[in-house]
Design a protein around this ligand. Structure first.
Ligand code: NAD
Length: 453
């Protein structure tokens, strides 16, 4: 690993990645490689956890494609040096900001969207002019192996390479010095990454998880709310970092809400055999999720199939913040529903918890929408929608507090892998001499004056 990193450092120092045409060529190569191998990419992920071609294209490959398209179209603008005004004390200087690539970067991916979470940060790194080592999650083994095969057979490893492995390999990687680490995964492992990065003062982006609430208020368009919420929750069988983790519903509409949720779940025919659903990623997660189900609270679903490795979409009612299911991020197809009578109190309750990655509000009242969106601190969210915010590359994506730090997708990704250098450029034909000794009261008067201008 040391050798790969040293080779990448030498390549970075050669200045090749500073060339915008080089970066564009690499992104186009990646785009074509993914296009030419779309069938294999779909087959691998289907073999890992029964994800359908539709879901793979819609939630992985098209998001990657869009990031490449935007980077290709905007990279010239993003990389331009930007003139800024200069204060009078520095007259007659000019000032500008120059983005420069941070250097050798490491991207560590999570398993739930294995292509997107490994390759979208890599695209941002390439666009910004960094070299990249990607370490995908080892859990979906076929997708990890296929990414390694495709990238390593087609790119110069001194520039872009995939290193496969689990905890030992990642630990070894983290002992090395990088110029940027981009991690997607759990809050616990995020802390390990942060500590390792601190040894080398390496800047990090941490894309972590959390318990994302969805508020359903009494005046919402209930049918549309249920349709969008159920879609967002059971997409990828709830194994989505920005999926609504739990619902806070106005007590007045709780019964009708639950009734409509059941109908909606039935209508969508969530089965792996018809490609409308996916498996739980592995047995360990299946057991973890099973242990979260309190049979007395199951309102609908709760069917666990250990042979197929699935859990049917499950609604839990009469849940309170004290229940075990409210302790940790669920990250699976279990939807606890908590009713509230006082929205302000519900907001206060959410504010007392860790800051979530997402937050959703379904309401037709503008004040309520504003209250929820502004009073609660969270990574990013949506009003009358769930999960779809990730498809808009103009919205920076990332967490806050225990749900992470740093942003990506679109220009936010480019900025994440760049350092913005501030430069003052002064000609020599004039000098304001007030900073030089011998100092005097009149110079002090001028200093005070000029600083104000
Ligand atoms: P994880 O933290 O277990 O693993 C993530 C990566 O870290 C993997 O590549 C893994 O090999 C590596 N890793 C695991 N243990 C390690 C250790 N002890 N030392 C060094 N490396 C280690 O996370 P996961 O199970 O793959 O993903 C689920 C979590 O990721 C959930 O919490 C979810 O919310 C979060 N997530 C966040 C986002 C986001 O964009 N914010 C996206 C997807 C998933």
């Amino acid at each position: 690993m040391k050798k790969i990193i040293e080779a990448q450092r030498d390549f970075f120092k050669s200045g090749t990645t500073r060339n915008i045409s080089f970066r564009k060529k690499q992104l186009k190569k990646l785009r074509n490689l993914l296009k030419d191998n779309e069938d294999r990419l779909c087959e691998a992920i289907h073999a890992d956890f029964s994800k359908s071609e539709f879901a793979t294209v819609a939630t992985e490959l098209e998001i990657i494609n869009k990031d490449i398209r935007i980077a290709l179209a905007s990279m010239n603008d993003w990389s331009k040096r930007q003139r800024v005004s200069t204060n009078l004390l520095n007259f007659p200087a000019k000032s500008y900001i120059v983005p420069e690539p941070l250097g050798v970067s490491l991207v560590i991916g999570a398993w739930n969207y294995p292509y997107q979470l490994s390759l979208a940060p890599a695209i941002a790194a390439i666009a910004a002019g960094c070299t990249v080592i990607v370490k995908p999650s080892e859990i979906p083994g076929r997708t990890s192996a296929l990414m390694a095969e495709l990238i390593n057979n087609n790119f110069n490893p001194e520039f872009f390479t995939v290193v496969e492995g689990g905890v030992p390999e990642t630990t070894e990687l983290l002992q090395q010095k990088f110029d940027k680490i981009f991690f997607t995964g759990s809050t616990g492992v995020g802390k390990i990454v942060y500590k390792a990065a601190a040894e080398h003062l390496t800047p990090v982006t941490l894309e972590l998880g959390g318990k994302s609430p969805a508020f359903v208020t009494g005046d919402c368009n209930l049918k549309m709310t249920v349709k969008r919420l159920i879609w967002g929750k059971f997409l990828n069988a709830g194994q989505t970092c920005i999926a609504p983790d739990y619902i806070l519903v106005d007590e007045k509409i709780e019964d009708r809400f639950l009734e409509l949720c059941v109908k909606e779940i039935e209508k969508r025919k969530y089965e792996i055999d018809n490609n409308n659903y996916v498996q739980i990623i592995n047995d360990a997660n299946l057991e973890r999720l099973s242990s979260m189900i309190d049979p007395e609270k199951v309102f609908f679903g709760g069917k666990i199939d250990r042979v197929k490795r699935t859990i049917s979409p499950t609604l839990l009612s009469n849940v309170s913040f004290e229940d075990t299911i409210m302790e940790d991020e669920i990250f699976g197809p279990l939807l606890p529903v908590i009713s509230y009578t006082d929205l302000d109190k519900a907001i206060e309750q959410v504010k007392s918890l860790h800051r979530p990655l997402s937050c959703y509000v379904f309401s037709s009242n503008n004040k309520v929408k504003r209250d929820v969106m502004e009073q609660i601190s969270f990574g990013g969210g949506a009003i009358n929608e769930a999960v779809m915010q990730i498809t808009n590359p103009n919205l920076p994506f990332g967490g806050v507090g225990s749900s992470g730090m740093g942003k990506y997708h679109g220009e936010a990704g480019f900025r994440t892998f760049s350092h913005y250098k501030g430069i003052l450029s002064k000609p020599t034909w004039f000098e304001l001499n007030i900073k030089y000794a011998p100092l005097s009261n009149s110079k002090l008067w001028w200093i005070r004056k000029v600083f104000k201008l």
